[in-house]
Design a protein around this ligand. Structure first.
Ligand code: 4NP
Length: 150
């Protein structure tokens, strides 16, 4: 059975689509299933933010066909590991959990790297530089995750 990994942020248009695309580029997707979702429902059905699409493309990853969806309670049953981009997302995901087993699936993405930073900053109101920084934070964490999953 495939290991199922879910990447979660607030809008599911900036950070978690990048995390989904980056991790997919580093693992064997015949053995790992990766998806992303948002705790908020502001952009359901939309593609990722054009700035996320552009920064991914700059590094050779196509995320343009992803579609935004909202996190649902059953995701905590269906996925093995759920990565939150920041502590607010983490709290919202934990809030949907119904038992210890589900809560134990939820982790901060940057907990996978040891750089002091624990939160991927929300780049939505930031400049293009913010998206580049976010890309590299996520990329490093995904290197560590890919190593664990291989
Ligand atoms: P994300 O960024 O959580 O990384 O997708 C955001 C995108 C949209 C909004 C907030 C954060 N928003 O409020 O619409």
């Amino acid at each position: 059975m495939k290991t199922k990994v879910l990447m979660v942020c607030l809008g599911n248009i900036c950070r978690s689509p990048l995390a989904e695309g980056i991790l997919k580029s580093k693992v064997d997707i015949t053995t790992v299933y990766i998806d992303s979702a948002g705790t908020g429902g502001y952009h359901i059905g939309n593609p990722p933010d054009p700035r996320s699409i552009a920064i991914a493309r700059k590094y050779g990853i196509d995320i343009s066909r992803q579609v935004c969806r909202k996190l649902k309670a059953t995701d905590l049953d269906d996925f093995d590991i759920i990565y939150a981009m920041d502590k607010s997302n983490y709290g919202n995901i934990i809030g949907l959990s119904r038992n210890e087993e589900q809560a134990a699936k939820v982790k901060l993405l940057l907990g996978e790297t040891n750089d002091g930073e624990l939160e991927v900053p929300d780049p939505y109101y930031d400049t293009a530089d913010g998206f580049d920084h976010v890309f590299h934070l996520i990329d490093k964490a995904c290197d560590a995750i890919a190593k664990k999953l291989s």
